[in-house]
Ligand binder design. Structure first.
Ligand code: SAH
Length: 213
């Protein structure tokens, strides 16, 4: 077996052993090469189950966490999905394999540009990266079937809850940036919002406004 094939097998094995069992999610993660989202010094470590540094002092999430969050979101093929916190674009690229349309919002201009370049290079035509403070969502594109936040908020942001369609699901890490955070799944039913605590996680904080870079 080639080195690349063996690396991929180990990558998928690690995902499964950490609880990523949804076959559609695993297929998407097999297809989207994490190496394309990690540049420079850390590129050789792209297939390890670790978060890694990217531009603007941010991080690309740990692959198993990407897998578990994507799985919890139960994305359907006709869904319109919003991601808050584009970072490298890896999570959005995975979502693009499962959903009809993906919008991803990032507060650093440089990350928006780099992520959009990656989507274009990979021919991912159903995902758009946009500059903005994602706490406010994207009112022009709302409502969304699914919303995923990949930075930790002290509470699930109100505008995002308001932009979730009935029957919609939102996954968001909640907690202080320097303390244990919990991944929360919010489901909007006809009668209101239901909250479920999934697991402890660690994310960079959701920050107000647009970044300098
Ligand atoms: N999903 C990313 C990793 C996210 S890291 C990936 O797959 O690589 C969290 C990202 O959220 C960072 O890039 C950070 O700049 C961004 N972020 C933090 N606060 C934000 C906000 N209010 N609006 C939009 N993006 C935000």
């Amino acid at each position: 077996m080639s080195d690349a094939a063996e690396r991929k097998m180990q990558f998928l094995f690690a995902l499964r052993s950490r609880g990523v069992t949804d076959s559609r999610v695993l297929t998407a993660m097999e297809k989207i090469d994490r190496g394309a989202f990690v540049r420079g010094l850390f590129e050789p470590r792209a297939y390890e189950d670790m978060p890694l540094p990217i531009s603007c002092g941010q991080t690309i999430s740990q692959p198993s966490v990407v897998g578990l969050m994507t799985q919890a979101l139960r994305v359907q093929p006709r869904d319109k999905v919003l991601e808050v916190g584009t970072g490298s674009g890896y999570q959005a690229a995975i979502l693009s394999q499962l959903a009809r349309r993906v919008y991803t919002v990032e507060r650093h201009r440089r990350l928006v540009r780099e992520a959009q370049d990656r989507f274009d290079a990979l021919g991912l035509t159903n995902v758009t990266a946009m500059l903005g403070d994602g706490s406010f969502g994207l009112p022009d594109q709302a409502p969304f079937d699914r919303i995923i936040v990949t930075a930790a908020a002290e509470d699930p942001p109100g505008p995002l809850l308001a932009q979730l369609r009935i029957g919609g699901i939102m996954v968001v890490p909640v907690g202080q940036s320097d303390a244990v955070q919990h991944l929360i799944k919010v489901t909007r039913s006809e009668t209101g919002l239901e909250y479920e605590e999934l697991r402890p996680v660690r994310f960079v904080p959701l920050v107000e406004g647009i970044g300098q870079e």
